[in-house]
Each structure stands twice: as structure tokens, then as C-alpha cells.
Design a protein around this ligand. Structure first.
Ligand code: ZN
Length: 284
């Protein structure tokens, strides 16, 4: 089930209780999600990873006020961010939460992703995009209201489709211009104005690979906090066209036998990997 994918809430529901901002002041000790870019700071040298607990660790110079985002194992969980160009103290190491690093399990990666997404929104919602006025919180919500023009702003979560296209026992994979030679993944792209999700699938596959598709089926979705996407996964069948990349965003587009797939850049935590592993075999 896609709801068990990393970064989706199900994975941490036994550990984490989300709370909206603006609760009563709370000075009780708790846990820390200390972020540096898309990395989480963990104590160096521990074999079992865990969030730092107690006072904010000495040497951590936070860019932001600590923000309580919920309860972790029943205690307050506060997120802070250190500037990306500031090295963490020697007792800590910054572990990217997108990557396959074994020091960070899926549960911690998921709570780190939640914290990072919230902190990203906080950083980008300080001023009204309509009039430039300051924003204040809407009670019990991550939304904000402009103090000057009263416009309301809510977290920006960007929907993206991602699709596995099949032609018999072959799968359509593309190589983005930013990826290393030899790495391929599924067609994906942002929803555009005026589109249904199915129309977005059709357009992205046509634009990126020159292929027409039919029989589009939803299979699952994933929160993708880099910084704030919602990946919506589909399967589709080949309906026509010759595979040809757009030459700009996509530099290669090929059909691969389902038994001989190339390396994928998506990493084990991505819905791309999950779709290929779950639906990549025609008998599966
Ligand atoms: Zn305004």
C-alpha cells in the first residue's frame, strides 16, 4: 500500500501526533528535529538512530525560533533549522533524509520530512504575496492571514503525476538532463492549470517521451518533502507514437524489458521505486 511509503503519515502514526501551531506556551522538555537543508542532524557514532532529546544541544545555532510541530513518543517535538553553510558540532552529523543512508531509518526520515516541509512553509510565508504585508497565523492551522489586506494563504503543496507506461513486457523510462548517464526513471511532472490528473499524465508522457497513453489507473501517492510535492502515481498503457525525448528536460526515452531495467536515481524511499517494484512485472 502506498500509504506505508516513507514520508506518508501512516509510517509514523504510532510515534507522532501532529499539532497545529500556536498552542499554549510549552517549556516541557522534548525531542528535536534539527534540520540543515534536507538533512537531519543525528548524534554521531550511535548505532541506533534517535532524535536528540532534552535541551537544544550546545553548539547548535538555530536560524529560527524552535517550532513545536507535534508530539514524538508523547513528548513535544520541536523543529529548528541551522543555516546550510554552518557546520554542525562535532558530536553531530547531518544525514540526508532522501538518501539510502542506513543511519536514518524510514521512520526518522518521515518525521524529518514533515518537519522540513513545515519549516519550508514557515520560511516562505512571512509576507503576503498580494500586498507585501506581514502575515499572522490563522488559529489552529498552518494557514496565515495578511494583517494589511486580510488575504489568506495556506501551505503550498505542489501536485505532480508520476507514471509507469507499459507496452507488453516493456516499460517506458526516461533520463532527465540532470541525471547521470545510465540512470532512468518514470515520466513525472507538475500539474498544470486546467488539467485533470489523467490529462496531466497524457501531456507529460507526450511532451517528455513522444508517446500516447491509454487506460490510466491511479495506484497511490506520496508526500515528497523536497521541498513540498505531492507525488500521484499512475499506471498507463501504450497507445501510439515513437519514443523520443524532448531534448531539453529529458535527454533519453527508451523502452526497457521488464527483466532488464537500468539503475534508477529515485532511491529506495521514492514512489518511483515502489511503483516499479510493485507493478513492474506483467504478472505482478
Ligand atoms: Zn496582503
Amino acid at each position: 500500500m502506498s500509504n506505508c511509503l516513507p514520508f506518508n503519515s501512516t509510517l509514523i502514526r504510532n510515534m507522532f501526533t501532529p499539532l497545529p501551531p500556536g498552542q499554549e506556551p510549552d517549556h516541557s522538555p522534548g525531542f528535536w528535529a534539527i534540520l540543515s537543508g534536507s538533512s537531519l542532524l543525528l548524534s554521531a557514532g550511535l548505532t541506533q538512530t534517535q532524535l536528540p532529546e532534552g535541551s537544544l544541544p550546545p553548539g547548535i545555532v538555530s536560524e529560527t525560533e524552535p517550532l513545536k510541530i507535534g508530539l514524538w513518543q508523547g513528548k513535544p517535538l520541536r523543529a529548528v533549522r541551522i543555516a546550510p553553510d554552518v557546520l554542525p558540532p562535532a558530536e553531530y552529523e547531518a544525514v540526508p533524509f532522501q538518501g539510502p543512508d542506513a543511519r536514518l531509518d524510514n521512520v526518522l526520515a518521515t518525521v524529518a520530512g514533515r518537519a522540513a516541509q513545515i519549516m519550508h512553509w514557515e520560511k516562505h510565508s512571512r509576507f503576503c504575496s498580494h500586498c507585501g504585508g506581514g502575515l499572522s497565523r490563522i488559529t489552529a492551522s498552518w494557514g496565515k492571514r495578511c494583517l494589511s489586506c486580510a488575504d489568506e494563504h495556506f501551505p503550498h503543496i505542489h501536485p505532480c503525476i508520476i507514471v509507469l507506461v507499459r507496452r507488453g513486457a516493456e516499460l517506458l523510462l526516461i533520463r532527465n538532463a540532470a541525471w547521470n548517464v545510465g540512470r532512468f526513471s518514470l515520466v513525472a511532472g507538475f500539474l498544470d492549470f486546467g488539467e485533470s490528473l489523467e490529462e496531466c499524465v497524457q501531456r507529460e508522457v507526450r511532451e517528455e517521451a513522444g508517446i500516447e497513453v491509454t487506460n490510466i489507473r491511479y495506484v497511490g501517492s506520496q508526500c515528497w518533502p523536497f521541498p513540498s510535492q505531492q507525488m500521484i502515481g499512475f499506471l498507463a498503457d501504450y497507445a501510439g507514437g515513437e519514443a523520443r525525448p524532448d531534448g531539453v528536460e529529458v535527454v533519453e526515452a527508451h523502452w526497457f524489458s521488464e527483466d532488464a531495467l537500468p539503475l534508477s536515481p529515485g532511491g529506495k524511499r521514492s514512489i518511483s521505486r515502489w511503483i516499479i517494484d510493485t507493478f513492474g512485472k506483467s504478472g505482478g
